[in-house]
Write a protein that binds this ligand. Structure first.
Ligand code: SF4
Length: 265
């Protein structure tokens, strides 16, 4: 029986694609972005955790686990529960993570099941995966939410742990296949918000066969709280969240080139 490990399901999401969506977060990620907002997704398996919460003067230990096993039937049941909202809002389901492509057999199965039910599908992906994985799901994904983190390979390796070569190749491939793509740029102060990186990104996107939408995800420090809460080591300095106004100059660069730009997904 096909099973997946999922660490969260968010209903009524409005930033992960069109309309009202159900976002399903798969556990396991091949990247290690220092600014990660979901570090509990790093490892592929279910993890026991012991969190301590303060209730007044009392420290309460809460034993729990990160990740839950779902069969295909269980997950499609969860998704279908929200079909009314999808139909009324033009929404659907978004598979996110972590990296959903790491659980390719299940992902292929659940995408097919969604398409059989005419549910709109989006895949939020790092695209750090071999081409044969993309080929298995490409026909069942209506929209790719494509994370683009850094254009300079050396910096990409330093801040995410992997090269960007495969990711960029896959972006070109999906664009050549005519897939609908939204670029999601997590804008992290001091890491990837230099003028030179923004210009490199623009040059690269300008060469794609069709212009993707460009969404800026301003850095939010909630990830830092999670590192602490889940006892995961971090090298990210304690910097404040980015404000929407801090992204205006990047918005303007892309708007001037004819891109549809949004902030926040
Ligand atoms: S790709 Fe996403 S989930 Fe994976 S480490 Fe980076 S920010 Fe975290």
């Amino acid at each position: 029986m096909m099973q997946a490990i999922v660490f969260d399901i968010k209903r009524y999401a409005v930033h992960d694609g069109p309309g009202i969506r159900t976002s399903v977060f798969f556990k396991g990620c091949p990247l290690r972005c220092v600014w990660c907002h979901n570090p509990e997704s790093y490892k592929a398996g279910i993890e026991p955790i012991c969190r301590s919460n303060r209730l007044g003067d009392i420290e309460v230990a809460d034993e729990s686990q990160i990740g839950k096993v779902y069969s295909l039937d269980q997950l499609i049941f969860e998704i279908e529960n929200d079909q009314l909202f999808f139909d009324e809002s033009g929404g659907g389901v978004t598979f996110s993570g972590g990296e959903p492509l790491m659980q390719i057999d299940f992902l292929e199965g659940i995408l097919k099941a969604c398409k059989e039910r005419e549910i709109h599908t989006a895949l939020d992906t790092t695209a750090y995966a071999k081409r044969d994985k993309l080929d298995r799901i490409i026909d069942y994904v209506d929209l790719f939410l494509f994370d683009l983190k850094h254009m300079v390979d050396e910096d990409h390796r330093k801040h995410t742990g992997v090269s960007n070569q495969l990711i960029l190749d896959n972006l070109v491939y999906l664009s050549e296949k005519g897939k609908r793509i939204i670029i999601r740029f997590p804008m992290i102060p001091g890491y990837n918000d230099s003028k030179s990186n923004i210009n490199l990104m623009l040059d690269f996107l300008n060469q794609l066969p069709s212009k993707p939408e460009f969404h800026i995800l301003p850095y939010h420090r909630t990830g830092q709280d999670k590192f602490r809460r889940f006892g995961i080591e971090t090298t990210m300095p304690d910097i404040p969240s980015l404000l929407e106004e801090d992204t205006v100059w990047v918005q303007n660069v892309f708007k001037a080139e004819g891109y549809t730009v949004k902030v926040g997904g």
